[in-house]
Design a protein around this ligand. Structure first.
Ligand SMILES: [Zn+2]
Length: 77
């Protein structure tokens, strides 16, 4: 999963066949140690994917390559 785009991507759960946008997914475990966010199916909590919060440099780089579009990470800059 890409932390900048996962919310606008459609995912399908291979367990219960749920299908929907990334912003409908449920948050699973968050590992403080590795800073990885797991996303789960909102219906059966099957693991769908995970993403890593971007560094400030990655946010800058992404905005540069995407017409400076606002991201939810802007407040970290
Ligand atoms: Zn499911």
């Amino acid at each position: 999963m890409n932390c900048f785009t996962y919310k606008n991507v459609t995912y399908t759960c291979k367990k219960c066949n749920w299908s929907g946008m990334g912003n409908e997914l449920a948050f699973g475990d968050f590992s403080e140690r590795f800073s990885i966010v797991d996303m789960e199916c909102p219906k059966c909590f099957e693991f769908i994917g995970s993403w890593v919060p971007p560094t400030i440099e990655e946010v800058k780089e992404w905005k540069k390559n995407n017409n400076n579009e606002p991201t939810e990470w802007d407040n970290r800059l």
